[in-house]
Design a protein. Structure first.
Length: 259
């Protein structure tokens, strides 16, 4: 039971870490609003205020031409030597817009870009539509496959726990029959088995979490950014296993008791 639950928690932990990477990557996405070359400072500030007033916008940062060139040089790295031949800085001023979590979606960005491009003084709006749409498709595919695999693993774990508890009840069927013959009630006979099933499931859950913690500590040396379950998540998992073990024991007793 502990090893079967270990497979489940490893799968859940891998899913959480991949989801964390996806969320972090999505949060780093920005919308770039490029301004016309002859725009006045007052018109530029008006665009900034209007951007800040749009739904879903968390932060609007002004990027001057010099800052844009510096970032461009850093992005090019060793290939930035050819920029030395430039007489004038061709890069425009722009605003870098950070969105709140949950608003970085193709539909939301399309709607926002259509509104921004109509603002006087705005020359172009870029938000990586092609790459973002491909990313959303990949994320949807990942979660669909992940859900299918998770369901299969969960059903397999329930099957293992169910059969383990049923074997325990089957091994003590003579004891159950004797207790019934001497007049024991169904509740009196059933209660110890339900407690035992829950206890076995809790012990298996703790074993699985202990083994997972060892795996986490060893893998953290090579993957320092990985995350682990919080205390409340571990407690919820142990409680879930306890309830599952109790329910399986209750179901197994129906064969020997008239409920």
């Amino acid at each position: 039971m502990g090893l079967s639950l270990l497979i489940l928690v490893v799968f859940i932990l891998v899913t959480l870490n991949i989801s964390s990477v996806i969320e972090t990557t999505t949060d780093e996405h920005r919308v770039y609003v490029y301004l016309e070359n002859d725009i006045s400072r007052a018109a530029s500030r008006d665009i900034q205020y209007r951007l800040l007033g749009m739904e879903g916008v968390e932060e609007v940062a002004f990027v001057s031409r010099s800052e844009a060139m510096t970032e461009f040089r850093e992005a090019l790295g060793d290939d930035s030597d050819f920029l030395e031949d430039l007489v004038d800085n061709p890069l425009p001023e722009s605003y870098r817009v950070k969105l709140k979590p949950g608003y970085i979606r193709i539909e939301t960005l399309d709607n926002m870009a259509s509104k921004i491009i109509d603002m006087p003084g705005v020359e172009e709006v870029r938000y990586g539509k092609r790459w973002l749409s491909r990313g959303e498709a990949l994320v949807r595919g990942f979660y669909m496959v992940d859900f299918g695999l998770g369901l299969i693993i969960l059903l397999s774990v329930i099957f293992v726990i169910s059969n383990t508890v049923r074997l325990t009840v089957l091994h003590r069927r003579k004891t159950i029959n004797v207790m019934k013959l001497v007049g024991a009630t169904n509740t009196y006979v059933r209660t110890p088995f339900i407690i035992e099933g829950a206890s076995q499931a809790v012990a298996a859950a703790l074993i699985a979490m202990g083994l997972l913690a060892l795996i986490y500590v060893s893998m953290k040396r090579y993957l320092p950014g990985i995350i682990f379950f919080r205390g409340e998540a571990i407690a919820a998992f142990v409680i879930f296993c306890a309830i599952l073990g109790a329910l399986v024991s209750f179901a197994a007793m129906r064969r020997y008791l008239k409920i």
